[in-house]
Design a protein around this ligand. Structure first.
Ligand SMILES: [Zn+2]
Length: 181
């Protein structure tokens, strides 16, 4: 899957193929492509069911996407930051069905806020941990704790966009409660 390269071109970002990851600072040898490869495998470090139960499957995707917005579409920040808002701040126990609902909430929101952008912190200022640290963990417990810490750190670095993620989280919660009624 090389889509991320096309997205980088679209964002006029030059992808560096050597040294640390230019976006998150992961101490890899082959730059962002190695970082993306690790991210593709890291969710499988624990059993799929455990990953869902502990939400690491969602948190890893969000943390990595928000550390690498240059290789994603511009609305991806809205989705991933809002999911972190809901999981970490609002303590919503996440599952795939909720991701589908959040996608539709973000789609509606997009149509009403066409010009809005979530501006990421500068590359290298998006948290000290990276997918590299997650990949180095030795046990399920360590992995789960490290993913929580990683996602929490990344979420905090987007502080200037929390008003946006809180707005979307509110819309999401309203939608969930109206679905229940
Ligand atoms: Zn990276």
């Amino acid at each position: 899957m090389q889509d991320w390269r096309a997205q980088a071109r679209k964002n006029s970002v030059e992808v560096l193929e050597i040294g640390s990851c230019q976006f998150c600072g992961a101490p890899v040898d082959s730059g962002v492509s190695e970082c993306v490869d690790i991210a593709g495998n890291v969710t499988h470090k624990i059993d799929h069911e455990e990953g869902i139960k502990n939400m690491t499957i969602f948190l890893c995707v969000d943390a990595h996407a928000l550390q690498h917005p240059e290789i994603h579409g511009r609305w991806s920040n809205h989705f991933h930051l809002s999911r972190l808002e809901l999981i970490l701040n609002d303590k919503i126990y996440w599952n795939y069905r909720l991701s589908t609902i959040l996608s539709s909430v973000v789609d509606d929101y997009k149509n009403r806020h066409k010009e809005e952008r979530i501006l990421p912190p500068k590359p290298g200022s998006r948290g000290f941990l990276s997918v590299y640290d997650i990949d180095k963990t030795q046990s399920n417990d360590e992995y789960i704790q490290m993913v929580d810490k990683w996602a929490g750190e990344v979420y905090k670095t987007y502080i200037f966009s929390h008003p946006v993620s809180k707005k979307i989280a509110k819309l999401f919660k309203e939608k969930i409660s109206s679905n229940r009624n």
